[in-house]
Write a protein that binds this ligand. Structure first.
Ligand code: ATP
Length: 273
């Protein structure tokens, strides 16, 4: 039993994509997510693992309100996610995507990118917004001189720091991190993961952390959900998943994760702590 309040609840969430195949063939259906029910408690990290194509990103897009479920619903702090509540939801739940190269507007400066949510939500006057942006950029380790830089003037790790600052500027309780480090160099991955851990400790954030990298999930997650062909096949504490997995698919995933020393995750993480 987890005593912390529930921040995010997925209730029998499903998504079926329909693919038209021309006039003479019937449309094909792809059941990408199949009746998934999950709970994320405040201040906790739920790791979601599974191989490519198992439905992780589809699930993430539904719970951010970016994709309409075929069935089921999502509750954020007890309120149903949907187009009518998109603005309210944005203040509670924010995404960090895999690719910081494409998720930042190339024509805006760092300060503009991070400050945009404050403008859209009309929070504070211009001077207050500038101060909030600077404070947030300090928190994620961006030097002041980069405020006027454009995304193409930043390294991959710096771009992901900017994306994290933008995600946090509205002070959400939940971050949905969809493979946030997989496009980065291994040493930069460790820095970003440690930053996410620090921010979680500082703000009591809850993370849904989606990754195909079991070493990363072992390092970060309190609980782990294992997804296979659109369904959750195992949901357990990190210790039980990594030491006593029950489902054959989880065991297969663990066996195929090539770490130099099983159980230690990625070595760079341990070294940078
Ligand atoms: N817009 C779409 N239209 C049709 N099928 C789609 C669409 N998006 C995803 N799919 C299919 O749904 C299934 C789940 O895809 P999804 O991208 O959610 O998986 P994933 O686990 O996130 O994979 P990856 O780790 O490679 O990103 C796959 O079979 C994919 O081909």
């Amino acid at each position: 039993m987890n005593a912390a309040p529930i921040a995010l609840e997925l209730c029998a969430l499903s998504k079926v994509y329909t693919l038209e195949r021309g006039m003479f063939k019937p449309a094909a259906e792809i059941r990408a997510v199949n009746a998934v029910s999950l709970r994320l408690h405040r201040g906790q990290t739920l790791g979601l693992v599974g191989e490519s194509g198992c439905g992780k990103s589809t699930l993430a897009r539904m719970l951010l309100g970016l994709l309409e479920p075929s069935a089921g619903h999502v509750l954020v702090n007890g309120q149903q996610v949907g187009p009518a509540r998109r603005k309210e939801n944005a203040r509670c739940i924010q995404p960090i995507f895999q690719d910081p190269y494409s998720s930042l507007n190339p024509r805006k400066t760092v300060a503009d990118i991070v400050g945009l949510p404050l403008k859209l939500h009309r929070i504070g006057n211009s001077a207050q917004q500038t101060r909030s942006v600077r404070r947030m950029l300090d928190l994620v380790g961006m030097p002041q001189r980069t405020d006027s830089h454009y995304p193409n003037q930043l390294s991959g790790g710096q771009r992901q720091r900017v994306a994290i600052a933008r995600a946090l500027i509205l002070q959400p309780e939940i971050l949905v991190c969809d493979e946030p480090t997989s496009s980065l160099d291994v040493s930069v991955q460790a820095q970003i993961l440690n930053l996410l851990l620090d921010l979680k400790a500082e703000f009591g954030l809850a993370y849904l952390f989606i990754s195909h990298d079991l070493g990363v999930v072992e390092h970060l997650a309190d609980q782990v959900a294992v997804m296979h062909k659109g369904s959750i096949v195992e949901l357990e504490s990190r210790e039980r998943i990594f030491c006593n997995a029950q489902h054959p698919y989880t065991r297969m995933l663990l066996a195929s994760a090539l770490t130099p020393e099983p159980g230690l995750g990625i070595p760079e993480l341990a070294a940078s702590e």
